[in-house]
Design a protein around this ligand. Structure first.
Ligand code: GAL
Length: 989
């Protein structure tokens, strides 16, 4: 889809060949009608105080966040959806990024990797609902928080009704929302909720209302959900202008400091969210629109493996179950899959990886325990229908247990439905193992548990449990269970309930039953089966698997680690919750299953030889196919099919990239004596940035000339008087940025950057200048992305040179030229988008793309480097031949060993910038690049820009292409994305 509305609004963005954008101000404001068009969605998506109701089905919305723009390979979106769905979750929440879709004002583009149609389709096929979050402001640790750089030229405070800000949002919001509208559930699509704005910080209801009206006018009829920064009740229903349909807020209780990941600071576990909900929005389901599922990390930070220790599986147990204790019914985890800040989409506070320590790694691997733990919680939520109407009561440390060390919240069943008791340590960060007894009210009175003599329950440190009471398993009433429910399913006249507990823990379940209980599998010792009136009580010490049968109900008693291997794929497609499923005790991943006549088809991934068990194969199923291959199986007396999937990792030839035939180009020819910058943009304009008056005679802000991304270059011309002894310059590129200065071809010095400085003033002394001679100052500034918009005008914070002084001279005696990416807002590469390439000579020419004209270039590798300050461009090609049917994530790895020698690297793969590396800051050294950007069966072009910020030059200390464990996969083959090749660019300089 491509809509060019620029002409409509009279936005002539290009003046002559120099790409000086015009002012964007003074458009007349579009007034959107205040529609209440939600009525047409009323019978499809409705809600009450308990939950959402979709097509008449009461559902918990349990969602994971992913950003399509952080995984620019549409073919891989299905993989993420399937991995989220396999967790037992039913929804994906996503942002879109305005700056990527309207790089030039008025020119909305949503094609190729930016087209959302395939995203909607893949969601539909995987059977997940979507929550659409277009912003226009999204935050998300992304450049400008989603705002395009050209907003710096728009009058008014962003995210207010001031000036022309609202008008500037119209093309993006109306075009995007129209495409969302078509994908709503009311039109058979996956979108069920829409979030206007994001953590709106202001108090202006009219502003929120404008965003709501924009969306309604574009045809959005599904309910509006908001995401307030914390539970304060802003814009909740009933608050007047700007109110949403369903109030929601977010929460990041452990924050983003991953320096001491084993410490859970005191007082961080929320305790009053249910109370607040009842005060703020009692008529809507309790919604947490974003909840911490990892953490972001910043330049110079600790790395995502540390963050994954902070926000680990224990965090999930304690904090997510605590949210269940508040009765959460719309629950979105930020992020389920983080992805990559490729092509300059990071904000200055973050680096290329947006792994986020999420359950699914940036490489899409499922090797974090938190993925498995979340699967236990997700599947529990999916089958626990009574939870949807249970009402949270107050936290107590005395009523339900015999120890004040534990805190319990009861979610009370209504009119005979089940209740849930959420148990945790009163000191939520406690590492103690606490023994306890329960006193739980059930429909047959208060029961003292355990009932088997001499037994006690245990809650280990940083654990939390949900004990079910009067729990319905397809008509069988579980009076209580101290072991937690993973899932239950009905298979014809048989039912299976899967329970789990920590290794070695004692557990007990009591259920109504008329028949006898018998142990079908597993050790008899350590288990007690006892009849008591019309009930059976089963007590056991968690060990290897036991299967106990009572009245046609098979109860699987597992330890947690074994439960991690179980999957519950639905046999039908679509998002509906109560569907026929099977249970698979597999290994790494089970994506989905279906029944075609007598054939049971399973799509699954394996990282080792795996015994596969199918529990509940439909009676009509006779044959088993795994990833399209017929597999022999044995059926045992309990109807369980067992088979073996052989795994033998293929031998893969991964090239040693240090030995490729590297070609080298000096990509800072600007410092050569014959360099001609006559076609560069003259930096001779006043600023259009009303909020940051310039301190220089003319504006040197990139945004005033349409340059918003990547490296900025300046050329300052003057004739020497001989009195110039020093040059002082303040450059601004956002945290972790760097800058370097040359006088003619002489290196003057650098600011190598620090994680917390977004702007830096440097004073450099100059060599003796010759009176009357012409000189050029060349300044290179790294733009680390635009600042986010946290009130005021921060997104308009300039990039480039903000002040300078050449000693002994007036500032106006230097005349400046500027360049950033070639074409600025009229960027050339429409495929990879407006932010991908920066302003280096090689980038302006497009040499970072496949097949650059390397013939005349010198042969030299980035591991040899060069020995004076400057910027080198290296490129090489290599082939990959990775067998079909294997998912083998690949990453580039830099070695860091240069100590404090400053250098900056950009990594390009087939023209996509997939990494920025700063040698002195880190922490990222490993840069995953997804299949599809890498051609797994064919040629690849790699390019490295190496900016030496040291007079001794720079070289890479090491560069490798590394593979993760090969995964035998049921994933569809991945189509590579478009990778336009180098073509000479007209007018390039
Ligand atoms: C939230 C915000 C998200 C993201 C998150 C931290 O407050 O809504 O966009 O920035 O914080 O990762």
């Amino acid at each position: 889809m491509l809509i060019s509305l620029g002409a409509l609004f009279g936005l002539a963005a290009q003046v002559g060949a120099r790409h000086i954008p015009s002012s964007l101000n003074s458009l007349s404001l579009i007034e959107y009608p205040r529609l209440d068009s939600r009525s047409s969605a009323n019978d499809i998506v409705t809600w009450d105080s308990h939950s959402l109701i979709i097509n008449g089905e009461r559902v918990m919305i349990f969602s994971g966040e992913m950003h399509p723009f952080r995984l620019p390979v549409p073919g891989l979106w299905a993989d993420i959806f399937q991995k989220i769905k396999a967790l037992g979750l039913n929804t994906v929440s996503f942002y879109t990024h305005w700056a990527l879709m309207e790089g030039k004002p008025g020119d909305y583009r949503a094609d190729g990797i930016f087209d959302l149609e395939p995203f909607f389709k893949a969601a539909q096929q995987a059977g997940v609902y979507l929550i659409a979050r277009p912003g226009p402001y999204i935050n998300a640790e992304s450049s400008g928080g989603g705002f395009p750089g050209w907003l710096a030229r728009v009058d008014g405070e962003p995210r207010t009704t001031e000036g022309d800000f609202l008008n500037a949002t119209n093309i993006y919001m109306s075009s995007l929302c129209e495409s969302f509208a078509k994908a709503q559930i009311t039109n058979g699509g996956p979108i069920i909720l829409f979030q206007p704005e994001n953590e709106y910080l202001g108090t202006d209801g009219e502003y929120m209302q404008y965003i709501i009206d924009q969306a309604r006018s574009a045809g959005i009829v599904v309910p509006f959900l908001n995401n307030e920064i914390g539970p304060n009740g802003k814009n909740a229903p009933g608050t007047g202008v700007g109110e949403v349909d369903i109030y929601g807020h977010d929460g990041y209780p452990l924050g983003f400091d991953c320096s001491s990941p084993n410490t859970w600071k005191s007082g961080k576990l929320p305790v009053d969210w249910h109370t607040k909900h009842m005060q703020q929005s009692p008529s809507t389901p309790y919604a947490i629109a974003e909840f911490q599922a990892g953490a972001y990390d910043s330049w110079g930070g600790y790395g995502f493996d540390e963050c994954a220790k902070l926000v680990n599986h224990e965090f999930e147990r304690v904090f997510y179950k605590n949210n269940f204790a508040f009765g959460v019914k719309i629950f979105n985890l930020y992020m389920a899959y983080g992805g990559t800040n490729w092509g300059n989409i990071a904000w200055p506070g973050g680096y290329s990886s947006y792994d986020y320590a999420a359950p699914i790694r940036e490489t899409r691997e499922l090797t974090r325990e938190k993925y498995s733990e979340l699967k236990l919680i997700g599947n529990f939520a999916k089958v626990s229908h009574d939870y949807l109407v249970a009402v949270p009561e107050n936290l107590t440390t005395s009523t339900y247990t015999n120890t004040p060390d534990l805190a319990v919240t009861c979610l009370r069943g209504q009119n005979g439905t089940g209740s849930f008791y959420v148990v945790r340590h009163d000191d939520y960060s406690s590492l103690n193992s606490t023994r306890y007894r329960l006193k739980l009210p059930t429909t047959s009175g208060v029961i003292d548990i355990p009932q088997i003599e001499g037994k006690e329950l245990t809650l280990n440190g940083r654990d939390s449990k949900i004990h079910v009471v009067d729990y319905d398993v397809g008509g069988t009433r579980i009076e209580y269970s101290t072991a937690e429910v993973f899932t239950w399913q009905e298979f014809g006249d048989k039912k299976v309930l899967i329970l789990y507990g920590g290794a070695g823990e004692y557990h007990e379940i009591s259920l109504r039953a008329s028949g006898k209980a018998s142990i079908l599998e597993g050790p008899l010792s350590g288990a007690t089966l006892r009849r008591q009136a019309d009930k059976i009580i089963i007590g056991w010490q968690t060990s290897e698997r036991r299967i106990v049968e009572v009245d046609g109900l098979q109860i699987f008693l597992l330890d947690r680690n074994s439960a991690y291997n179980y999957w519950v794929p639905s046999l039908s497609t679509g998002q509906k919750q109560n569907t026929q499923s099977i249970i698979v005790n597999g290994g790494y991943l089970v994506r989905n299953a279906s029944l075609e006549g007598p054939n049971l088809l399973i799509s699954a991934d394996f990282n080792r030889t795996t015994q596969l068990e199918v529990i509940g194969a439909p009676p009509s199923a006779k044959n088993l196919f795994v990833n399209g291959q017929r597999i022999r199986y044995k059926a045992d007396n309990n109807g369980i099919w067992t088979s073996k999937i052989k795994y033998k990792a293929p031998k893969i030839d991964i090239p040693d990239v240090t030995r490729l035939k590297w070609k080298y180009l000096d990509t800072l020819p600007e410092i050569g004596s014959s360099y001609d910058d006559s076609t560069w943009t003259d930096a001779d304009q006043p600023t259009q940035n009303q909020d940051y008056p310039i301190q220089t005679p003319t504006s040197l802000y990139g945004a005033d000339y349409g340059y918003h991304t990547g490296y900025l270059l300046y050329r300052g011309h003057f004739n020497a008087t001989g009195n110039e002894t020093s040059f002082t310059v303040t450059t601004r590129g956002g945290n972790a940025f760097g800058s370097s200065v040359w006088l003619n071809s002489t290196y003057i010095g650098s600011w190598i950057g620090s994680a917390n400085e977004g702007s830096h003033k440097s004073t450099y002394s100059l060599p003796e200048l010759i009176t009357g001679q012409a000189y050029v100052l060349t300044v290179v500034v790294d733009n680390m992305g635009l600042d986010e918009q946290w009130g005021g005008y921060s997104v308009k914070n300039p990039r480039g040179i903000t002040s300078y002084e050449l000693s002994g001279r007036k500032a106006a005696e230097i005349s400046w030229k500027i360049t950033g990416n070639f074409g600025g807002e009229d960027y050339v590469d429409k495929v990879r988008g407006p932010l991908n390439e920066g302003g280096l000579f090689a980038e302006r020419h497009g040499f970072h793309q496949p097949s650059p004209p390397v013939k005349p270039w010198k042969t030299s590798s980035p591991l040899e480097g060069f020995s004076s300050a400057g910027i080198g461009f290296y490129t090489a090609s290599f082939d990959l031949d990775i067998p079909v049917g294997w998912d083998i994530p690949l990453s580039f790895k830099f070695e860091s060993g240069t100590g404090n020698k400053g250098y900056r690297v950009q990594l390009y793969v087939n023209g996509y910038q997939f990494g920025k590396y700063v040698s002195t800051l880190g922490p990222q050294t490993v840069y995953p690049v997804p299949e599809g950007v890498l051609n797994y069966r064919g040629k690849n072009w790699l390019a490295v820009t190496l900016w030496a910020q040291d007079e001794g030059g720079a070289k890479l200390d090491g560069l490798g292409l590394v593979q993760s464990t090969p995964i035998l996969t049921g994933m569809n083959a991945i189509e590579p994305v478009a990778q336009p090749k180098f073509e000479p660019r007209e007018g390039v300089y």
